[in-house]
Write a protein that binds this ligand. Structure first.
Ligand code: GLA
Length: 735
């Protein structure tokens, strides 16, 4: 534990005495400041979150405002306003009154954690509000530890991760909603009086229906590359609640944390409850600026192996669904290898002995190879993969069982189920959720991965799926008194299990899939290398879904596959070129039976893989600049990635609709160095002749003021014309 004054010297924290005993704490990142008043004997107050304040600003700024909200408002005294914390103390008292006792700082792995220690004025109930600041990231993480030192149990009724007052004005909220196969749709709306709530109650998959991340534009309708933005991401994989209460004060009051509904939590004497982190960012470079802050912070600090390039893969699901067998798997491995891919992933359908998994109504829980389909077992597949020079990956769904499974027959007590109620069954009419609050179930889930990886250490990739919500509120493990702990203890159990898995198997790549994009959240990504963005692979709809997802998550984590045409979800026919150009803007993969492709399509995929390998570092580690939103319905969407040194960039342009003689906006680029000169090369070219600006040089200034004129169609042989058009341009600095 470092002394507070030691940290002052680092410049990450500074304090300014304001009144007698007042301690202003200025938590600063390269471009932002969070200013708190941690005066002892008073509740902690928040004075500023936004641009970076220097010493002079700090000296003067208290005179610029008389407003100082509690940083973690507790319920009970003047209970009319919303609170971040609501507690029933051991004697039944429902009021809490906090005062600062002390401030401590600690350096953990290069980050500085400031812990403001508070206590109830009467009860021995402690509330530590924590802030983590990392020197090179404009993101501040905040979370709270709640400790009961009272004589008896304390009940936590609400226990948010954080609260932020945002000054009343023309503030707009950007948030994501959606559903299966239509994830991450964007909503932008001005905040008006009343409450806007964003929540999830699925129990397992928390980024279907809505997302636990939001952006606030402080300057009216949000813009991509200008304007002040506050971004907030709740780092939690379970049920959440984010809400903004715009009351008659001068503020929009933003709260984010675990959804407390039906989740009151009992703390025994001596126990501590730690909330998940709420990550906050501030940018004056618009929505894209806030996204870049999240991406950089997330890649370097939260996403598992966030700095390791991801492989180009073929997943078997849409190619063959459950029809897995050795020759088909071998054919797929050979095909992806011949196209330049690096990994083959065998999806659902490979397991089950007593109950073979031929459709989705059985076998989850029985993670043994179906010898009828795969007589040589996993070893045989690994050998074939090796022969073809590709890595091998496998699908599992370890948190789940089917009532038609050997696991369920032996252990019906392991599933989530309410007493005196019939079992509620999900997918396939038989799927049930294992009760991860139970340590024995945690062991089973650990063993699914551990056994696979111990027996077959060459497995390179796991697709970890989760295809059911909690369908009835009941734990056969938790006591009657603690049934309300189910949602939270499920996730505590999951995270504990994932810790064990990662400790034993740090190198295997693991994808978080949950009925498609149900697990895109920063709470799960410390253990996962990527997430499945959606079960909908329709490239046109993907432009929208990936746009929304990119608000908070970097391309390296966003799995994006070229699938068949007609598309299996929308039945839209989209040419391979467009499908490839969309998939290349995320973590590229294929998901189809390559045998069904004609030579021309195969050549396009091969070219796309070759080109993707060239731009992979730019897409996977570069800075994202979104340029033209598909949600603006201008007929085109466009974004680009630029390396941090700004010497290499890749520009994506997708037409989202086609009408004759339509006028599309010309797209000025962003993020380049105005002084540098860039040469333009088209990737994935299908035209008979190059674009007029192919190989030509332009300054960054020109490209950012004017953009390039992108033709509406291709110059191809007549029969190859389609109503889709897209372009991928690489911009390389010339020296
Ligand atoms: C879920 C996933 C799919 C696929 C199937 C397999 O729906 O999202 O990608 O893995 O399960 O059953």
């Amino acid at each position: 534990m470092k002394s507070f004054s030691y940290l002052l010297l680092t410049g990450l924290i500074s304090i300014t005495p304001f009144a007698l005993n007042a301690e202003l704490i200025n938590l600063s990142t390269p471009k932002t400041s969070l200013v708190l008043d941690a005066t002892k004997g008073q509740p902690l107050r928040i004075l500023h979150y936004g641009d970076k304040l220097n010493k002079q600003d700090m000296d003067g700024f208290r005179t610029s405002t008389s407003v100082h909200h509690e940083a973690y408002p507790a319920y009970g005294i003047y209970p009319q306003g919303e609170a971040a914390l609501s507690v029933t103390h051991s004697d039944g008292n429902r009021t809490t009154q906090l005062e600062v006792i002390d401030v401590e700082t600690e350096e953990i792995d290069g980050a500085t954690v400031t812990k403001v220690k508070m206590k109830d004025k009467f009860y021995p109930f402690e509330v530590n509000v924590n802030y983590k600041v990392r020197p090179n990231y404009d993101v501040i993480e905040t979370w709270v530890d709640l400790t009961n030192n009272e004589k008896g149990n304390v009940t936590l009724n609400r226990f948010m991760s954080g609260y932020l007052p945002i000054r009343y004005g023309n503030v707009w909220l950007s948030s994501l909603y959606g559903t299966w196969a239509n994830e991450a749709e964007l909503t932008e709306e001005p905040l008006s009086h009343g409450v806007k709530m964003i929540k999830n109650k699925d129990g397992v998959r928390n980024s279907h229906t809505a997302h636990g991340e939001v952006m606030f534009s402080l300057d009216g309708k949000p813009q991509e590359n200008t304007g002040r933005i506050i971004g907030a991401a709740l780092c939690y994989p379970g049920n959440y609640k984010l809400f903004v209460d715009t009351d008659d004060s001068d503020f929009h009051h933003f709260f984010a944390g675990i959804n407390e509904e039906n989740s009151e939590y009992h703390l025994k004497k001596g126990e501590t409850f730690t909330t998940p982190e709420l990550a906050l960012t501030y940018s004056e470079e618009g929505l894209s600026g806030a996204s870049r802050n999240f991406h950089k912070w997330g890649r370097d600090n939260r996403l598992h192996a966030g700095n390791k390039e991801r492989k180009v893969l073929l997943n078997s699901w849409e190619g063959v669904y459950f029809d897995i067998n050795e020759p088909v798997m071998a054919g797929m491995m050979e095909d992806i290898a011949s196209m330049g891919g690096e990994l083959f992933v065998m999806d659902d359908g490979w397991f089950g002995d007593k109950y073979p998994r031929n459709v989705d109504n059985s076998s989850l829980g029985d993670w043994v190879v179906d010898k009828n389909k795969l007589p040589q077992g996993i070893n045989g597949l690994l050998e074939t993969a090796k022969k073809n020079g590709v890595s091998f990956g496998i699908w599992i769904e370890p948190e789940m069982a089917n009532t038609v499974s050997e696991l369920y027959e032996k252990h019906p007590e392991y599933i989530v189920k309410a007493p005196n109620r019939p079992v509620i069954e999900g997918r396939g009419g038989t799927q049930v959720v294992l009760d991860l609050s139970n340590p024995k179930v945690q062991d089973i889930v650990f063993e699914v991965v551990d056994t696979l990886m111990t027996k077959y250490p060459e497995i390179d990739y796991i697709k970890w799926d989760a295809n059911a919500p909690i369908m009835e509120h009941g734990s056969q493990y938790l006591s009657a008194d603690n049934q309300s702990h189910l949602y939270i203890d499920y996730h505590k159990g999951l995270m504990k299990t994932l810790d064990r898995i990662r400790e034993a198997h740090p190198d295997v790549t693991i994808q978080a899939c949950a009925s498609g994009g149900g697990r895109a959240n920063w709470g799960i990504l410390p253990w996962f290398d990527e997430f499945w963005t959606s079960d909908n692979n329709d490239a046109l709809q993907r432009v929208y879904m990936q746009w929304g997802t990119s608000y908070f998550f970097p391309a390296i984590a966003m799995a994006s596959h070229i699938s068949a045409s007609p598309n299996h979800q929308t039945f839209r026919r989209i040419p391979t070129k467009f499908r490839a150009d969309v998939a290349m803007s995320g973590r590229l993969g294929l998901e189809m039976q390559p045998k069904d492709m004609n030579d021309e399509d195969r050549a396009i995929c091969k070219q796309a893989i070759e080109d993707y390998k060239k731009i992979r570092p730019i897409v996977q580690f570069g800075d994202l600049y979104r340029l033209q939103s598909p949600f603006d319905k201008k007929g085109v969407a466009s974004l680009m990635y630029v390396t941090p040194e700004k010497e290499d960039a890749v520009f994506f342009w997708w037409k989202t609709e086609t009408f004759m003689n339509q006028q599309l906006p010309r797209i000025p680029m962003a993020g380049l160095d105005p002084e540098k000169e860039y040469v333009v090369t088209e990737l994935n070219r299908i035209d008979n002749e190059p674009l007029p600006f192919e190989g030509k040089k332009f300054t960054g200034k020109f490209l950012m003021s004017n953009g390039l004129e992108i033709p509406l169609t291709y110059k191809v042989d007549y029969h190859k014309n389609t109503d889709f058009a897209s372009r991928v341009l690489r911009l390389t600095e010339t020296k």
